[in-house]
Design a protein around this ligand. Structure first.
Ligand code: PHE
Length: 449
């Protein structure tokens, strides 16, 4: 059965693919920016606690549904249901997640397109093409359309190759490359003036800020976005894991890698901001607040790279290449959610299904670009503030309230017999039933205010 629908061929392959989905612009751009605008280390601490205590259990819920169902998100959720009346609900949650993934891809591709054009800019400069370099960093319509479209095309090409030769093969190559570039950049930034002050801000928390509702809301939203929850993505990735694999350690590894990379990205970006500040780039206002969140990556960092002289061209290239790679391993997971559904539901071949959906998402993305002021922020808020928490919550409800506890535990224990004797997995179904939905609802209600 699984041979025809594809399966990850190795544990390493799955971890790279799922961690690739999790690690993206959310970690390397979103997390450091949020940290900087939410008072530094206190946010880091809240994020760590929420990622492990709420997002990890929710991630396990999605993975275990997928592995049990061995099918796309809608079919897997239906399989977990006990009564026919629950099927429409399964459809709403699964299909809602698929739409959410598609919408996220449509704005993600725009930002990823900026990353790619900023990667190309130093190359144009080195080739003496100054006009092209200016165009690459302009906010022009033509540049945005070309690069967002190009990014979606790249995603389509990888996904049309399937699980093992597409997703797994490319994630295994791209993720280690990403780590290597990240560490090289940290080593560079640490050797510069101002870096130590950045480190202090990043690592020494102001405990009084820790319980501010706004900080907790941002930290949980960030954790959900970062672990790709509420988008059907982890359900479908879970469905490609074989029954003999240990789901518990796989989920834990993905969470650890995701949190680790966000943490390491902060180690790069926060000190880099202080280094840039020491070099005269304006980053904070007089009260110490971040001047502009959006400009952090696209203006502040290029300014920092410029100040490095000709070496800056190479550093800039490496940094934006890193961002583009991270974005690509995430975008392939977003496209896989609708593609796997279409292939299994309508019996289409993977290649045509991928192209059709790719074109649809491209059209949505172009619509956003043409109506940027009205739509860009709106789609981001719709998906990340509403869609993801609500759908993630519904997934917990399915696992905690609808699925039979015995069958759920059996699925967890498949490939991980020791879970049968662990207190953690005895508590977990209760946790998913009560604690996760209540906490997610609280944060959600808070975010509406
Ligand atoms: N987790 C990805 C990131 O941090 C974004 C993502 C969201 C990927 C939803 C898939 C689904 O950038």
């Amino acid at each position: 059965m699984s041979a025809s629908r594809g399966e990850f061929s190795s544990r390493f392959g799955f971890i790279m693919a799922a961690a690739g989905s999790a690690v993206g612009l959310g970690n390397i751009w979103g997390f450091p920016t949020q940290t900087a605008s939410n008072g530094g280390a206190a946010f880091v601490l809240a994020y760590l606690v929420l990622a492990f205590c709420l997002a990890y259990p929710a991630l396990m819920a999605e993975l275990v549904v997928g592995r049990y169902g061995q099918a796309n998100a809608v079919a897997s959720l239906k399989k977990v249901s006990n009564h026919r009346w629950q099927h429409p609900l399964a459809f709403i949650v699964g299909f809602g997640g698929i739409i959410c993934a598609g919408l996220i891809l449509s704005f993600y591709a725009i930002v990823a397109g900026w990353m790619i054009s900023f990667t190309a800019e130093p190359v144009a400069q080195l080739a003496g093409q100054n006009e092209a370099a200016n165009w690459l960093t302009s906010q022009s319509l033509s540049r945005n359309l070309l690069f967002a479209g190009g990014f979606i095309l790249l995603t389509v090409m990888i996904i049309s190759k399937g699980v093992e030769n597409g997703i797994e093969k490319w994630s295994k190559r791209l993720m280690p490359a990403l780590l290597a570039i990240l560490f090289a950049l940290i080593a560079y930034v640490m050797s510069q003036d101002g870096a130590t002050q950045g480190l202090k801000n990043y690592l020494l928390p102001d405990f009084s800020a820790l319980f501010e509702p706004a900080l907790l809301v941002s930290a949980l939203g960030q954790a959900f976005f970062s672990l790709s929850l509420g988008t059907s993505v982890m359900i479908i990735y879970g469905s490609y894991i074989s029954k003999s694999e240990n789901l518990v350690t796989l989920g834990a590894s993905v969470t650890l890698i995701d949190v680790f990379i966000a943490f390491v990205a902060g180690l790069l970006i926060i000190p880099a901001m202080y280094v840039a500040q020491a070099q005269g780039v304006e980053i904070f206002d007089a009260s110490g607040k971040l001047l502009s969140e959006d400009t952090l990556v696209f203006q502040v960092l290029p300014a920092l790279f410029d100040s490095m002289g000709s070496a800056g061209l190479y550093v800039g290239f490496a940094f934006f290449a890193l961002m583009s790679i991270a974005a690509l391993t995430s975008s392939i997971s977003m496209l896989e959610a609708p593609v796997s559904y279409t292939v299994e539901k309508f019996g289409l071949n993977r290649r045509p299904a991928t192209w059709v959906i790719g074109v649809l998402i491209c059209l949505v993305s172009f619509t956003i670009i043409f109506n940027f002021e009205q739509l860009f922020g709106f789609v981001i808020a719709l998906t990340t503030r509403f869609g993801q928490p609500l759908l993630g919550l519904m997934c917990c409800v399915f696992v905690g309230w609808i699925w039979h506890r015995a069958s759920l535990l059996k699925e967890i224990q498949s490939g991980c017999p020791e879970a049968a004797n662990s207190w953690f997995w005895k508590i977990w179904p209760w946790y998913i039933k009560f604690v996760c939905p209540i906490c997610i609802s609280l944060v959600f209600i808070n975010s509406l205010r």
